[in-house]
Design a protein around this ligand. Structure first.
Ligand SMILES: [Zn+2]
Length: 405
């Protein structure tokens, strides 16, 4: 096996570390348009120097929002479609001075995700050093609002994902002992709301005339959550539950003062609202789960003599690890193995991210979690492992060299 320096010459690696230090020292938290503009300008200059055409456009998700800079960097031929790479420049915290501590760079956004952007810049240097070119149809879109709201991030993936032949995401992988991970699957979700109406009655005098909306909703929640399955199965989470008599539930902002008192405890509660979400990994599960939750609402209504309505909304599709992503992830793992390290495939990463917003996540291969690993994300201890940065630069260069059409 070649020593690391032969795979990635030390001066190139030091240049990438230097670039990451510069980029992480520019403060660019989600609420700082001027800082985001400075960071985008600095990254654009580095990409131009390495042969890509760059453009920074001020964009707004809607009329009331502040314009924020979106950076586009293109290869020479993106007219007929593209290999889409996506990254974000915003961080949760404002920047502090980056510090090298042993084999780590401690810096704001070191892994989430300026590290991924620096790995890409380093990969361009490495390709040039080898006399290779990146794919001519490469399109890198760097968004400014992933950590806050994400409207521009979602719009970018929707728009540029439409004509992409593949999507690569520069978010960090995870450390796994001596190995590291890449992400093949992400859960999708939908949100739902359950509305229950029963019959109020005095619980002392007319208990059996009452029909408790609260008890019906509780029964629905218990049975709904029992549909959750470990190891890749769906999960159902009731996030909020309000029950009581109608005046309590419908005027909660005032009526909460009843909590802790004995007022109205003698009323069979005729009103309940439950709100929650359902997450799943397989594209077909969305409709199936919706149908089961609706059926359950009908069954509980009949059994309890209440009226129940169930409504689902905000459907976000999953990235199924059994989709076209499996092949490219295995290829990435093979390329890593050739360079002497182990890349494992994460079948399901929690949390909604860029690939979930593709028009159809099952249409194109997605390589997610390409960025270097570390720890302390979103804290003052955020750091990137320099060993991982080295690995990811080489991996990205190997993948880019292969992705030429
Ligand atoms: Zn991120």
């Amino acid at each position: 096996m070649k020593p690391p320096a032969a795979i990635l010459p030390e001066p190139l690696f030091q240049r990438a570390v230097g670039f990451l230090r510069e980029l992480t020292s520019i403060s660019s938290d989600s609420g700082d348009p001027a800082g985001l503009r400075r960071a985008a300008g600095h990254l654009a200059a580095a990409l131009r120097e390495r042969g890509l055409a760059t453009e920074i456009r001020d964009e707004t998700p809607d009329a009331d929002s502040t314009p924020l800079p979106v950076l586009y960097a293109r290869g020479p031929d993106t007219a007929r479609g593209h290999l889409l790479l996506i990254g974000h420049l915003d961080t949760v915290l404002p920047a502090m001075e980056p510090q090298i501590e042993g084999d780590r760079l401690v810096a704001t956004g070191a892994i989430d995700m300026k590290g991924g952007l620096a790995a890409f810049v380093g990969a361009l240097d490495l390709l040039r050093d080898r006399g290779q070119q990146p794919p001519a149809d490469l399109l890198l879109v760097v968004v400014p609002d992933e950590e806050g709201g994400g409207a521009l991030s979602q719009a970018a993936v929707r728009r540029w994902g439409e004509t992409a032949r593949a999507l690569w995401v520069l978010e960090p992988g995870e450390p796994a002992g001596d190995a590291e991970t890449i992400v093949a699957g992400r859960r999708g979700m939908f949100e739902w709301r359950l509305d229950v109406r029963g019959q109020a009655a005095h619980s002392g005098l007319h208990y059996w005339d009452g029909r408790s909306a609260l008890a019906a909703a509780a029964r629905w929640v218990a049975e709904a959550e029992a549909l959750s399955r470990r190891d890749g199965g769906p999960t159902i989470n009731a996030g909020r539950f309000v029950g009581g008599d109608t005046t309590f539930v419908d005027d909660l902002s005032h009526a909460y003062s009843l909590l802790g008192t004995d007022r109205q405890l003698n009323v069979v509660p005729d009103r309940a609202i439950v709100e929650g979400e359902t997450r799943f990994l397989r594209p077909g599960e969305s409709q199936e789960l919706q149908r089961r939750l609706e059926t359950l609402a009908r069954d509980v209504a009949v059994a309890t003599g209440t009226e129940i309505s169930f409504a689902a909304s905000l459907f976000i599709p999953p990235v199924d690890p059994r989709g076209p992503h499996g092949g490219v992830c295995r290829r990435a793992a093979a390329l890593a193995a050739k360079r002497g390290w182990r890349l494992e495939i994460e079948e399901e990463r929690g949390g909604i991210s860029f690939p979930n917003f593709l028009p159809d996540p099952g249409r194109i291969p997605v390589l997610d979690g390409l960025g270097p690993v570390g720890g302390g994300m979103h804290t003052r201890e955020e750091h990137v492992e320099l060993r991982s940065l080295r690995r990811r630069i080489v991996l990205l260069a190997d993948l880019l060299a292969e992705a030429r059409t």
